[in-house]
Design a protein around this ligand. Sequence first.
Ligand code: GDP
Ligand code: MG
Length: 369
Amino acid sequence: MTTSSHRAILADLIHFAASKREAEDRMVELEELVRTYGGVAVVKTIQRRAKPDNQTFLGKGKVEELVKEAKELKVSLLVVNHTLKPQQMYNLEEALRPSKVRVWDRIDLILNIFEKHASTAEAKLEIELARLRHMGPRIYNMGEQLGRQRGGTGTRGGSGEGNTEAMKRHLRDQERMILKKLETYQGVRDRQRERRDKIGERTVALVGYTNAGKTSLLNALTKRKEYAANALFATLDTRVGTMYLPVLEGTALLSDTIGFIQGLPPALIAAFRSTLSEAIGADVVLHVIDAADEKRDEKIDVVDAILTDLGVPVDRRLRVYNKIDAIGAGSFPLPSKVVAVSAMTGAGLDSLRDAIAHRFPHGNVKSKH
Ligand code: GDP
Ligand code: MG
């Protein structure tokens, strides 16, 4: 991969009232995402406005400036750190097309990262589904634009509308096809799960924000050596390891799954339902929290909302505060009586094993391995 093919402008829009710190944090996160994709930021720009421009999202003057910079710096990609309306995307793309610059919003970037890291057919299908859902409104918008242009040159406006209808139908058919294929994978997973239930295998799943330390915990608890990276790395493919639970003198299967990323709309997360079903169906859903993260509590709420949305009952969830070694003196005090660990130093892992074990009925039929 040549980095020169992903020279990017990173643009954010932020309210006047937002702090400088918040603006910087958002840009750091965006830069990490772009790096995860394999891009390099050559321009980083933050525009402060009360609200986005209806037509171009960023202000007109800013867009002109970016068009110029893109040419001078041989940029190939503009990433805007928000979800853009189809009309805004269309206009930005039109403005940057002469400079051969693609335009992505935040969701485009995340989907492209997912796509890069997806290795199974199922994960690829899910991305296709998410992309279809994200792109649909844009495609309709383009159809309407074309219809309007034709209408303007004297053709009946109805023909443009007909195109839009045909496109909608095509997208609906495609979505149905993907969902049908995904159903077969779901069936396979269901059967695997039934088999595991029958032989009494305990299942534990790791969920949480990306970078919370899920993979590190999987490694620490199962002594596996999966790749843990300090990047907003999106693990799409489920990984499983075996964990020993001393209290039960038995084992549980521990699976790592997709990390949640801030700003990924629930409708898109739903596209990954099949991948997430490992987590949804587990006996214990371990919600891994980065204890040292300033946005810790906010993120906990987001994950809880997603779990509720996916139908994971509260009594199957278990919160784990990870990275306690990284908590500065006095900053971010932990709530009392929580499970607190460090995947890095190994602190608290024994208590975590016990907390997990206590979620299973004692002396049950679940097998020893
Ligand atoms: P995931 O995205 O949730 O799977 O997170 P990873 O396991 O890939 O970890 C993300 C980053 O956090 C990596 O750089 C890890 O080395 C780091 N990390 C994970 N656990 C801990 C911990 O307990 N303490 C500290 N200080 N860093 C950790
Ligand atoms: Mg991971």
